[in-house]
Structure formats: structure tokens, C-alpha cells
Ligand binder design. Sequence first.
Ligand code: XMP
Length: 317
Amino acid sequence: EWKMESFIDTTVAQLKEQIGDKGVVLGLSGGVDSSVAAALLSKAVGKQLTCVFVDQGLMRKDEGDFVEQTFTKLFDMNFVRINCQEEFLAKLKGVEEPEEKRHIIGTEFYKVFWNKIRESYGEGYFAQGTIYPDRIESGKGDAAKIKTHHNQVGIPEDIDFAGVIEPLKDLFKDEVRVVGEKLGLPHDLVWRQPFPGPGLGVRVIGEVTAEKVRILQEADAILRDEMDKCGYADKMSQFFAVLPGVKTVGVMGDARTYDELIALRAVTTDDFMTADWAKIPYEILGRVSNRIINEVEHVNRVVYDITSKPPGTVEWE
Ligand code: XMP
């Protein structure tokens, strides 16, 4: 604890000294690492910091607004949000294969993000929330990865920054969280579950459309709400809803329905290399299921995924 206190003081002093009166730009994803890096830089240089947040419209319900409010209300900085759901969905039209979707989302993100930086912030420093385990991971090469991850993006060669700043590069995840709390980031953000870079793009199975994203966001928000209320959220490593894109028959009043299926996924794990499906009490699952069917239009059935990893992965794609 005190170690992180002094880490903050030393780092803020160093950042002030290094950055001087230049600008610094940071790509903010809303994840723990980039958020803590943003908070730290804000403390050091305030308005000299610009955070660029690309909202591809594939985040959880209200997530983009939450990130924007957090950083505009609680911290001194320039905050730039780029809303580009339409562009992303246009690129994803007709695409069903998971790795192809990841590739498209990653490429599109890279383009949108760096175009913005290039046009407005190509001078001064570039900061990122790299932490110690990232540096070890990227040293291992891609062979160990089953799915492509797009969290770290190389800097295009034509952008000539004064330098790259990675204030968290020697910290482990729990240290990063302590720093985040000390800097006044909301608890929900600091203790946030991992969320895949391609977001709901890999939780809508098959082709992604605006309507499917909306259905999934609504269902996922209900799951989260119930898990928070009963205190179960903190017991899980990760939980979320999936839209398999399968229609099944149901009955509502006297009428036959033929509508979407929602799958719930919840796991406990230490490292995400292996994971157990979470033994959530039936009453909680029952409440979530009832609410989803009653409140989310076009969903008529809910199932719970009881597959551990291996053989299943955490995500469905
Ligand atoms: P899997 O599905 O591989 O997931 O068992 C393990 C962890 O990695 C996350 N995940 C991703 N994270 N980009 C990311 O940044 C991705 O493409 C991606 N795919 C999976 C997943 O949410 C889980 O925490």
C-alpha cells in the first residue's frame, strides 16, 4: 500500500519532468490498465493530456457513457470520444467467421484510432497502459495463443512522437488496481472483469447487426444487475451473456413464438488458461432468466453454459 503511495508520487514527478510543456496522448479503452494510466497522467499534467476513446458500439450497455462521464467529471484532461458503431457494423456485414471478425474489428480500430491521432495529436508524447505481464506475454510470441488478441497495437511509422510513455510498465495487475483506487477511479472500473478487445463482436455469434447487439446488451445488463444485487458478481472471474443467433420455438399466452436464444456464461479461474463454470444458485439463474424473457423483446429462451475450459473456451468465439 505505502509502496504504491510512493510509486504515485515518484511517477507523477517523473512524468512532469519528462513531459514538460508538451502534449501527451493516450488511447483509452475503458479497461483497468489504460484507465489507471490516464488517471496518473491526468494528475501529472492535467489538460496537456488528451485521451482518445474509440467507441465501436460493441461495448456493454451504457459502457461508453460511463467511461466518458468518469473521465470528464472526475479528471482534468481533454477527452475525445469517437462514436463509430455504424462504420464497424458496415465492415462486419455478412461476416460470420470469428477470426475474420476479430481481424476486421482490430484493423478498423487501428485505422480509426491512428487517423485521429495523426490528424490532431501527432506531436508530443504517446502513452499507453502496458503493464509488466504484457511485456512478458508479448515476448512469448503468438504460438501459445489460440485466438488472436488485438490489445497492443504498433505505432505507425509515419507518426513521429517525442517518445513513448508507459508509466505502469513495472507493475502487476493488483498493484495497478491499488494505484487506480488511490487516484480516485470508481471501484467498478478498478475491479472490472476482463473484456475482450472485439467486445460484443465475438459474443454475437455469426453475423453482427445493430439489432443483435441491442438484444445482447439488454440481456447482459439484466444479468449484471442481478449478479450485483445478490453479491455474486464479485465471486466470479468473468460472466456475460451470449447471443448464439439460434431461434427456437416458445409459447407466450396462446401464441407460438419463434425467437432468439440467450446463453449465460460465468466462470471462476485464476489465470484464464483453465476455468470452471460457476455454480451459480438456481434461484439467481431463475430470476435472470425470467427477467430477460419478460424485459428483452425477441428473446424467448435462456440457457446456462456448463462447460469448463478446457475443452470450452471462456468466450464462445
Ligand atoms: P478464451 O475465450 O480464449 O478467453 O478462453 C480467455 C480470456 O481472454 C479474453 N479474450 C479476449 N481478449 N481480445 C481480448 O482482448 C480477444 O480477442 C479475446 N478473446 C478472448 C476472454 O474474455 C477471457 O477473459
